[in-house]
Design a protein around this ligand. Sequence first.
Ligand code: AMP
Ligand code: MN
Ligand code: MN
Ligand code: MN
Length: 276
Amino acid sequence: MPHYDLHSHSTYSDGLLDPGALVRRAASRGVDFLALTDHDEVSGLAEARGAAMDARIALVNGSELSASWDDVTIHIVALRIDPSDVTLTRGLESIREGRRTRARRIADSLTAADVPGAYEGALKYAGTERLITRTHFARHLIEIGRARDMKDAFAKFLTRGKPGHVTHAWATMSEAIGWIRGAGGQAVLAHPGRYKVDERDMRRLLTEFRDAGGEAIEVLSGSHTSAQTAEYARYARILGLKASSGSDYHGPGESTTDLGDLPPLPAGVVPVWSAW
Ligand code: AMP
Ligand code: MN
Ligand code: MN
Ligand code: MN
């Protein structure tokens, strides 16, 4: 059976490997279909495509869109999009523009918590003002000795209730799904196990996601426990959603689940790739 890894990041967002190195690593680790899904960005796909031809691996055009569902931030993985679709690329541009002002607000809030210079520090890791993520702030906090590692940086500074956390309105869920479908792609709710919502709201999120045109959820994810995998397989079956699988790999030393590490999907779900 071919191995699908449908969620990964390169240096075009907050990954550590450039698209070529990422693709070659995936190929060497037994991945047959790799989706490059940089946050709110598709510019790495051209580079990845060239490397994929040389490495004889199938590259899936993807992106991971930041979206808001009520006041909850969710991530929607887009698969098999046309990266030149104008409505989609304009939509992604608008999300990235929001990132720029958000990064300023994160930095201001860190300054108030006695961490000056964080904007410049994060920017150094990001390369562009329009794609500063919390991961880049975390790398800076580690570098200056204010956090031990990624986990520590998020726990101390970057999550809700902590000094470097700000709220932000991303694209709405239905806008993001509309852009993805308009570009010929499939919309997949990323790592549902990560959202801090109760059971009732999770059911409502999944139902509204499906009703807005969402096609699948990540059942297997680098950030899911095996109990969560079983839980989301069950949701997928009950709600008529397909199932996806993605490591969410960001790079050596930062991701515990490597490319190609995930097991096969549990029985009884319909893979998101069933009609590919
Ligand atoms: P942002 O989109 O700017 O809010 O950044 C989100 C990114 O931060 C995610 O894509 C992950 O790469 C990373 N991230 C979020 N939470 C954590 C965490 N608890 N530990 C490590 N990385 C995290
Ligand atoms: Mn990330
Ligand atoms: Mn994500
Ligand atoms: Mn991701």
